[in-house]
Ligand binder design. Structure first.
Ligand SMILES: *Cc1c(COP(=O)(O)O)cnc(C)c1O
Length: 361
């Protein structure tokens, strides 16, 4: 029996997307390779170096170092781990805005560091003053988000970097989702804009690579040494990754996608996705919903739960924010036609809701 995966034609909730055709092809070719064992699989291991070169170019890092991780979660865990190893404290803490991804909760739990969560402002960005008031001599890491999961917001990265420096802490930027759209905006978010030490940037989200392909970038290779353990049975002598056996498909598809799309293809995609997000935001506003402005291709709107459930029943894959808003991510597979069809379904529901129940005609 052949079971088909579900289609993307009603998926408005995912931060992943259909892989680009060249990424799909590369993933299939490299399915049976393991970059975790470079002595045995040198070809894919060399491809991983290329992936890091490309990611460095995107993220303003002149001498790129890092590796292709299983995703933003692993990259975030590893960034916290590097900071903990570097910290000159027996009780290290990590300071992050409340918009930070839940993967940092896993990191804090696994690594035994204190996670200090700082409120965001009324535009859903980290509050610089609150971060400044929260750091202290035990702060190992300050986290800024460049493209938040819920609202697509970009924290004031240069200011957060300065605060981290002021207490000798490391500074991590989580661009897991935003990294492949931010190069085409005016935001200051990368290694060239601020004293960033580590970054998460996922090819398997806006980068259109196959899952699993995340990215951990570090300002200098010594930072990876904090992660390295000896590897007795492998030809290589040490390993910095969290996982052992890894997906060569993820690595190869990331390189293929970036070779094909960086920069012109990603730019076109960003413009298309951002226009779609703004179109949807306008359409929802016209219908009387309160909308959180899409600063990146992600729209949140105050759509009630009943309507949300009715749309889900029509097959739309939707998600909600912690504040219970409807949240739609305008990924590459999300077209204007799809959004128009979605808004059409919303209109039909609203019409039905406003028709008197007992009408006979
Ligand atoms: C998706 C996301 C993550 C987690 O990445 P995974 O690839 O799902 O592990 C981390 N941070 C941000 C900002 C994200 O959007």
């Amino acid at each position: 029996m052949q079971i088909e995966p579900q289609a993307f034609d009603r998926v408005l909730s995912s931060m992943c997307t259909e892989p680009h055709p060249v990424a799909r092809e590369a993933a299939e070719r490299f399915l049976a390779t393991n970059p975790g064992d470079p002595g045995t699989y040198p070809t894919v291991s060399a491809l991983e170096d290329e992936a890091i070169e490309r990611l460095g170019e995107i993220a303003g890092l002149d001498e790129p170092a890092g590796y292709v991780a299983s995703g933003g979660t692993e990259a975030n865990v590893q960034a916290v781990r590097i900071a903990r190893e570097r910290a000159d404290s027996s009780r290290p803490n990590v300071v992050m805005p409340e918009s930070g991804h839940f993967s940092f909760r896993k990191a804090a739990d696994v690594l035994g560091v204190e996670l200090r969560i700082v409120p965001t402002d009324d535009r859903h960005r980290a509050t610089v003053e609150a971060v400044r008031a929260t750091v202290d001599d035990d702060t190992a890491l300050v986290i800024g988000v460049a493209g938040t999961t819920e609202y697509g917001r970009v924290d004031p990265i240069p200011e957060l970097g300065e605060i981290a420096r002021s207490v000798d802490a490391m500074f991590h930027v989580d661009a897991a989702w935003g990294g492949f759209v931010l190069p085409f905006t005016d935001y200051e978010w990368h290694f060239g804009h601020a004293p960033v030490d580590t970054m998460s940037i996922d090819p398997h989200k806006m980068g259109q690579a196959a899952v699993p392909a995340g990215g951990l970038l570090v300002r200098s290779p010594e930072l990876l040494d904090e992660l390295a353990v000896d590897t007795p049975y492998l030809e290589s002598t040490s390993q910095a990754t969290l996982t052992g056996t890894r997906s060569g498909a993820g690595v190869a598809s990331a390189v293929a996608a970036m070779d094909e799309l960086w920069p012109a293809g990603y730019r076109r995609q960003y413009v298309r996705s951002q226009n779609n997000a703004e179109w949807l935001a306008d359409a929802l506003k016209k219908r009387g919903y309160a909308v959180v402005e899409p600063s990146l291709p992600l729209v949140a709107a105050d759509v009630d739960r009943g309507t949300f459930e009715a749309l889900r029943a029509k097959g739309w894959r939707l998600s909600r924010t912690a504040a219970d808003e409807l949240r739609i991510v305008c990924m590459p597979h999300v077209t204007r036609t799809m959004l128009a069809s979605f808004v059409g379904d919303l209109d039909r529901l609203e019409v039905r809701a406003s028709v008197p129940v007992a009408s006979d005609d």
